[in-house]
Design a protein around this ligand. Structure first.
Ligand code: UT7
Length: 368
C-alpha cells in the first residue's frame, strides 16, 4: 500500500495589515484586551481584487514548485474554505482552471476551520487506496468579507490567507501516519454564517438581521475547543502507535493563544513544542494550520524526519487531528518544473473552452 507524503507546501497572505490599534478606531476595543484574551496583534486583510481563488492559486503554485510537480500531473484537488468564492461552483474548480490542472477532479470540503485536516486526510486516503498518485489540498480564506465590522466579539479574531499542500504517493514509509475526524452537529449554531443558504436565502430581511456575517457564541466555542484539542491530538497519536515523546512539533489551529495553552497542559507538553503564529495572522480558519506549518518549515523548525501533529477545531462543530512524518519533496532526476509557466497556457485554455462553449451555444440556437 503506498504512503501519502507531504511533498510540497506554499502560502499566500495578502499584504494589507490591520492592527489591533486600527481596530480600536473602528469598534470599542483596545490592543491590550485583544492581546490578553486572544494573543492576536494583527491580521492580514485581502484587497478588493483578491478572492479565495486568487490566494489559493498563489499558494498552490508555490506548493507545486516545492514538490517539483506540474499542474497537469495532479489527479485530485480538494479545497476547503469557510468563505468560499460562491456557494457553488466549488472554489477548487476555479483554482483547477487557473493553474491548468487539466486532469484533476476538483471539489470543496466544508468542515469550517477543521477543513484542512479533513481534506488532507481524504486526499491521503485516496492515495493510500492506490486510486490516485498526486493531490493538491488548499485552505483559503477571505473571511474579512463575512465579518460584521461593528461586532467587536468577532471582527477582532479573523484574518485572510491561504495555504496549500501537495500530497504524493511513495513506497517509502512516512507521510500521513494517522488521522481522526469528529463532528457534533448539535453545536451547529455556536459558530455559524446563517444567511445565503437555503434556510435563509439572501433578501432584505437577512441583510437587515446581519445574517450574512459570522455569528459566534465565543464562550461556548472556547469551552468546546479546550475540551477537544488535546484529546484529538492524543487520539491520533494513539492510532499511530506513538506518544507525545515521539513528536517534535504540534501545529494547532491558530484561533486563540489561550486555547493552545490549555491543549499544551492537557498533553503535558511545553509550549515551545507548539508552532504558534496567531499573533501575526489572527484566525485564518482553514488556512491557519497550513500557514503555521509552512512558516515553521521555512524557519527550519520542522525538518525532514520530524513527526508532527496537526490539530484543529471549528464550526459544525468539527474537530480532528493527524500525525505525519515530514519527509520533504520526493527526490527525482526530473528537470526543475515551473508551475507558474503553466498559467499562460491555463488562461489560453480557459479562454478557448469558453469560446467553444459560446460558439456551440450560437450554433445550437440556429439548429433550433
Ligand atoms: O475557529 C474557531 C473560532 N472561534 C474561536 O476560537 C473563539 C473562541 N472564543 C474565544 O476565543 C473567546 O471567547 C473570545 C476571545 C471570543 C472572548 O474572550 P472571553 O474571555 O470569552 O471574553 P467574553 O466574551 O467573556 O467577554 C469579556 C468582556 C465582556 O464585557 P463584560 O460583560 O465583562 O463587561 C465583553 O463585552 O469583554 C468584553 N469584550 C470586549 N472588550 C474589548 C468582548 N469583546 C471585546 C473586545 N474588546 N473585542
Amino acid at each position: 500500500m503506498p504512503y501519502a507524503h507531504i511533498t510540497g507546501w506554499g502560502i499566500s497572505v495578502p499584504e494589507p495589515v490591520l492592527t489591533n490599534d486600527d481596530l480600536a478606531k473602528m469598534v470599542d476595543t483596545n490592543d491590550q484586551w485583544i492581546r490578553e484574551r486572544t494573543g492576536i496583534r494583527e491580521r492580514h486583510i485581502a484587497r478588493e481584487d483578491q478572492f479565495p481563488s486568487t490566494l489559493g492559486v498563489e499558494a498552490s503554485l508555490k506548493a507545486l514548485e516545492v514538490a517539483n510537480l506540474a499542474p497537469t500531473d495532479i489527479d485530485l484537488i480538494i479545497c476547503t474554505s469557510s468563505s468560499p468564492e460562491y456557494i457553488w461552483p466549488p472554489t477548487a474548480c476555479l483554482i483547477q482552471d487557473q493553474i491548468g490542472a487539466t486532469k484533476a477532479g476538483a471539489f470543496d470540503i466544508q468542515a469550517v476551520c477543521t477543513g484542512f485536516i479533513f481534506a488532507t486526510n481524504m486526499a491521503a486516503q485516496s492515495i493510500r487506496s492506490g486510486a490516485i498518485k498526486n493531490a493538491l489540498i488548499i485552505g483559503t480564506e477571505t473571511l474579512s468579507r463575512f465579518m460584521n465590522w461593528k461586532d467587536r466579539s468577532t471582527c477582532i479574531l479573523f484574518g485572510d490567507g491561504a495555504g496549500a499542500f501537495v500530497l504524493q504517493a511513495s513506497d517509502k514509509p512516512g507521510g500521513i501516519l494517522s488521522a481522526v475526524m469528529h463532528s457534533d452537529g448539535s453545536g451547529a449554531d455556536t459558530l455559524i454564517l446563517p444567511g445565503g443558504g437555503a434556510r435563509f436565502p439572501a433578501n432584505e430581511t437577512t441583510v437587515h438581521e446581519n445574517k450574512h456575517f459570522v455569528q459566534m457564541d465565543g464562550k461556548a466555542v472556547f469551552r468546546f475547543a479546550t475540551r477537544v484539542m488535546g484529546y484529538a491530538a492524543k487520539e491520533a497519536l494513539d492510532l499511530a502507535g506513538m506518544t507525545t515523546d515521539d513528536v517534535q512539533w504540534i501545529v494547532p489551529h491558530q484561533a486563540n493563544y489561550r486555547i493552545i495553552e490549555t491543549a499544551a497542559k492537557y498533553l503535558k507538553m511545553p509550549m515551545d513544542k507548539f508552532v504558534i503564529n496567531v499573533e501575526r495572522y489572527g484566525n485564518t480558519s482553514t488556512a491557519s494550520i497550513p500557514i503555521a506549518t509552512v512558516e515553521a518549515v521555512q524557519k527550519g523548525m520542522i525538518k525532514n524526519g520530524d513527526k508532527i501533529v496537526l490539530v484543529g477545531f471549528g464550526g459544525g462543530l468539527t474537530w480532528g487531528a493527524l500525525v505525519a512524518e515530514w519527509t520533504g519533496p520526493i527526490p527525482s532526476p526530473k528537470l526543475h518544473v515551473r508551475p507558474t509557466r503553466y498559467r499562460l497556457f491555463a488562461r489560453i485554455r480557459s479562454w478557448l473552452l469558453r469560446a467553444v462553449r459560446y460558439i456551440e451555444g450560437v450554433l445550437s440556437r440556429r439548429e433550433l
